[in-house]
Ligand binder design. Structure first.
Ligand SMILES: CCCCCCCCCCCCC/C=C/[C@@H](O)[C@H](COP(=O)(O)O)NC(=O)CCCCCCCCCCCCCCC
Ligand SMILES: Nc1ncnc2c1ncn2[C@@H]1O[C@H](COP(=O)(O)OP(=O)(O)O)[C@@H](O)[C@H]1O
Ligand SMILES: [Ca+2]
Length: 480
């Protein structure tokens, strides 16, 4: 039994006074099916008033010793995320749990996109809080994470544009109350997209470190990513789905089918620095679970050697035609794909799993996609490669044209000659088209990018997915 709340103590006079009874109700967390948690309570009755008071005092003292539990939270609600139920979800399911746990809150309902990011970045008095919470989807989480990470770097005097600098980890934990369309970050860190479960993980003060990728274009920082960085298929799905926002979460399925049928492929070069040491491989079966030993090992390694110099490492270079290039810094499990894009990716190991899906037939690609929804291995195809990396770059073919010119032909004649070839390719229609990068659900403004994983840069109010208990109560239900 995990005690979560301030004990509610009623000295009953009035309606029940003639029973001369005192009782105290202790609220606790109960584990249900599919990683869902529920709030239960047990009531202790006692005929002696002084004994009851002693119980209450002792339990309060014990609770006060649990210093990792948040007391003050700053909450941002996106009223337009997912099915537009963020406000109701917070008011009806989350606020009562916070109040029972004596957690005080300042609540901001956002009025525009990037409201939460800007407020966190510049205005919010963060000293007042033990954590920040977002009610919304992956986009809302990303907004808050950007605000918090950027502010932390500014205050520490770290330049986000430089890939050489070590970023400063954020002090405040982030809680996610899922109320979005994909809710992958919540699902992959808790095991469900249930708002009550997330609220309970917050009040018990869970802590889960998480890797963050910084995405750069040449010398400028573009964005951070914690889940999926996808070029080709997932970039195209996102670009198409933005025009269908009014459809809610179903937009991704409609755009998914449309993008699948269009079957576009993209040419370019991917280079990466493989992860070293005991980091495992994306095809092992060492799934990241609560208390994951690989992630724990990463934390202790970091204590030993902060910011390892990667100058001596060798880059692997792969050139080709790809249907999709995906980097999954975590499993990316979500209700559409319960095991995720990379089932064995780790939340906090300082690496990302780079998945290259080469040009193949529609049938083969469908087979690969379908395997995201069943138990079969989606990497077991000749046209799919997967690598665990700590850094990677991508240059699309049409930009390689320009860089080849610059590299090989410094003279003006050569440049003119190669530019002409590129133009001719465009005219005959065989010029490879370009996609966009989907960066945790946002479209990036550049296609040539450099990506660096920052190990354990942020912390969530979560504990990773818990192993399923051997015996489950078959009647236990998640929904209330
Ligand atoms: C045939 C069925 C194939 C199902 C394949 C499902 C794979 C799903 C992997 C999802 C990875 C999700 C990574 C997270 C991304 C989010 O950050 C991001 C933003 O989320 P937010 O809106 O909540 O803020 N979400 C997304 O970019 C959405 C990705 C969703 C992609 C759904 C794709 C559906 C594909 C359907 C293909 C169907 C082919 C059928 C042919 C007859
Ligand atoms: N008040 C608001 N009005 C319009 N857009 C908002 C508002 N608050 C947040 N947003 C933006 O809405 C986008 C989607 O939010 P999100 O909560 O992730 O929902 P979904 O999962 O449905 O995409 C995010 O990019 C976020 O920046
Ligand atoms: Ca990782």
């Amino acid at each position: 039994m995990i005690l979560i709340m301030q004990v509610t103590f009623y000295l009953v006079f009035g309606i029940m006074w003639h029973f001369h009874l005192c009782f105290s109700a202790v609220f606790y967390v109960e584990r249900m099916r599919q990683h869902c948690w529920r709030c239960s309570n047990v009531t202790f009755h006692c005929s002696e008033h002084s004994m009851c008071l002693l119980w209450v005092q002792t339990i309060r003292e014990q609770l006060a010793l649990l210093t990792n539990r948040p007391k003050n939270l700053l909450v941002y609600i996106n009223p337009y995320g997912g099915k537009q139920r963020g406000k109701q979800i917070y008011d009806h399911k989350v606020a009562p749990i916070f109040s029972r746990a004596s957690v005080s809150t300042d609540v901001i309902v956002t009025e525009r996109a990037n409201h939460a990011r800007d407020h966190l970045k510049t205005e919010a008095d963060l000293k007042k809080y033990d954590g920040v919470v977002c009610v919304g989807g992956d986009g809302m989480f990303s907004e808050m994470m950007h605000g918090l990470v950027s502010r932390t770097q500014r205050e520490a005097g770290v330049d986000e544009n430089s890939m050489e600098e070590t970023l400063m980890p954020c002090g405040l934990r982030i809680g996610i109350i899922p109320a979005g369309s994909t809710d992958c970050i919540c699902y992959a860190t808790v095991g469900s997209n249930d708002p009550v479960t997330s609220a309970l993980h917050i009040v018990v003060g869970d802590s889960q470190p998480m890797d963050v990728c910084s995405v750069h274009n040449e010398d400028s920082f573009l964005r951070y990513s914690v889940s999926l960085l996808g070029y080709g298929f997932y970039g195209d799905v996102l670009t198409d789905s933005e025009r269908k926002r009014w459809m809610g979460p179903a937009r991704y399925d409609i755009s998914g089918v449309k993008t699948f049928l269009s079957h576009r492929y993209y040419e370019g070069t991917v280079s990466f620095l493989p992860a070293e040491g005991d980091s495992g491989t994306p095809r092992d079966k060492m799934q990241c679970r609560s208390g994951c030993s690989i992630c724990l090992q990463t934390s202790s390694d970091q204590l030993v050697s902060k910011n390892e110099d990667s100058c001596g490492d060798t880059w692997t270079v792969i050139r080709g035609k790809f249907l999709a290039i995906n980097a999954a810094s975590m499993s990316c499990a979500c209700p559409r794909s319960p095991k995720g894009l990379s089932p064995s990716a780790h939340l906090a190991d300082g690496t990302t799993d780079l998945i290259l899906v080469r040009k193949c037939s529609r049938l083969n690609f469908l087979c690969h996609l379908l395997r995201h929804t069943n138990k079969e291995d989606q990497f077991d195809h000749s046209f799919v490669e997967v690598y665990r990396v700590k850094q990677f770059r991508f240059t699309p073919r049409y930009q390689e044209c320009d860089s080849e010119v610059d590299l090989r032909e410094s003279g003006a004649t050569g440049k003119r000659f190669l530019s002409q070839i590129c133009r001719e390719h465009r005219a005959c229609g065989c010029m490879p088209s370009q996609s966009n990068w989907n960066c945790d659900g946002e479209i990036l403004p550049h296609t040539a990018i450099q990506v660096l994983v920052h190990s354990q840069l942020i912390k969530l109010f979560a504990r990773g997915i818990e192993e399923q208990p051997v015996f489950e109560d078959p009647y236990a239900q998640c929904a209330i």
